[in-house]
Design a protein around this ligand. Structure first.
Ligand code: 13P
Ligand code: SF4
Length: 342
């Protein structure tokens, strides 16, 4: 295959599918390229343990945005999903932002199309729009302020009590924020396919067997799961709770990749992943985000080597989308997410 054919195949697949040279030390080569190219690797807690271990920074969505805003690297390699790469690019327009696979999307971001949000806004004049970070750059460009699960309450509290708000796209996070703030924000009807799958019945059965276990719940989970939580928080918030807690057992209702850092940080504690509804019948791993799991070490090697796939955001979109992201970062500048930097 010549180079033109090879590139065509990358474009079709959304990632560089070149074979890894035999006998190389993959991790050493990745770190070497980072040094030579002044590149930094960021990873979300839901990626594979091997990807988290080689990253310069691992964190929740807020921490990843905070880090990308202040890095002096020339290249940011975002091991996560597409909207995270877009957020990095919007924050750092002069840097090259790479992802490992353009197919790593997000069902939650997909549940809110910019044209639908624009129509909804037009139907609700006088409302401000609050968007979860799990949205496309086009949606952020229509937004007044962005939030993550770490800072959603803080950001919403910054609005006057009578401000009319549209919150999207995650209806579970929105419902949780309505409950804890006493507001009545209009909620977009979107959700995450992973967090929507957890089985209340199965979690309660595990809890019956482990009565001392604390139940850790991400706010993207539906309300009945939130109701039985000992703590509701972002990935970093849940990790932080587990580190500080006197308890020794935890049932974890979020994507199972977080167990890697939890187990590393608390080797003497037991973490039980909350099971999804369909696990026995389908033989699936529905508590895994298939998009996050598209991030692998061979793809990381090839992404760094060929500096592709690169995230591009149209300047006119970035110019609008930066404002609600900056507003979020300003409101949360004193909020430090739990982090596992190296
Ligand atoms: P946080 O890491 O901010 O909790 O976000 C979770 C998530 O769903 C990322 O897609
Ligand atoms: Fe999106 Fe859900 Fe995957 Fe998070 S876990 S990236 S919200 S699909």
């Amino acid at each position: 295959m010549n180079i033109m054919e090879a590139k065509q195949s990358w474009i079709e697949k959304g990632y560089v599918d070149e074979p890894i040279p035999e006998g190389i030390d993959l991790c050493a080569e990745i770190r070497k390229m980072c040094k030579e190219k002044n590149a930094v690797i960021l990873a979300h807690y839901y990626t594979d343990g091997a990807v988290q271990d080689i990253a310069d920074f691992v964190g929740d969505s807020l921490a990843l945005a905070q880090w990308s805003a202040k890095t002096d690297a020339d290249i940011i390699v975002m091991c996560g999903v597409h909207f995270m790469g877009e957020t990095n690019k919007i924050l750092c327009p002069g840097k090259k932002v790479l992802v490992l696979d353009l197919g790593a999307g997000c069902s939650l971001a997909d549940s809110c199309k910019a044209e639908d949000l624009a129509a909804f806004k037009a139907e609700h004049p006088g409302y401000k729009v609050v968007s979860y970070v799990n949205t496309t750059a086009d949606v952020k460009a229509l937004t007044d302020v962005v939030v993550t699960s770490s800072n959603a309450k803080l950001v919403i509290d910054s609005f006057p009590a009578d401000e009319k708000l549209i919150f999207g796209p995650d209806k579970n996070l929105g419902g949780y924020i309505n409950a804890v703030t006493g507001r009545n924000m209009l909620l977009w009807d979107g959700g995450c396919h992973v967090h929507g799958q957890f089985s209340l019945e199965k979690i309660l059965a595990i809890k019956a067997e482990h009565p001392e276990a604390k139940v850790l719940v991400h706010p993207e989970c539906p309300a009945p799961i939130q109701k039985i939580a000992d703590v509701i928080g972002s990935t970093a918030g849940l990790l932080n709770f587990a580190i500080k807690s006197q308890a020794t057992e935890f049932i974890v209702a979020t994507e199972s990749g977080i167990l890697h850092e939890m187990t590393k940080a608390c080797p003497d504690k037991t973490f039980i992943p909350a099971p999804p509804e369909m696990s026995e019948t389908m033989g699936c791993s529905c508590n895994e985000c298939a998009f996050m799991k598209l991030n692998t070490l061979p793809k990381l090697y090839n992404t760094l080597k060929y500096e592709w796939p690169e995230i591009k955001v149209a300047p006119e979109v970035a110019e609008k989308a930066i404002k609600p992201i900056d507003r979020m970062l300003e409101i949360s500048k004193n909020l430090k997410s739990a982090m596992a930097s190296k």
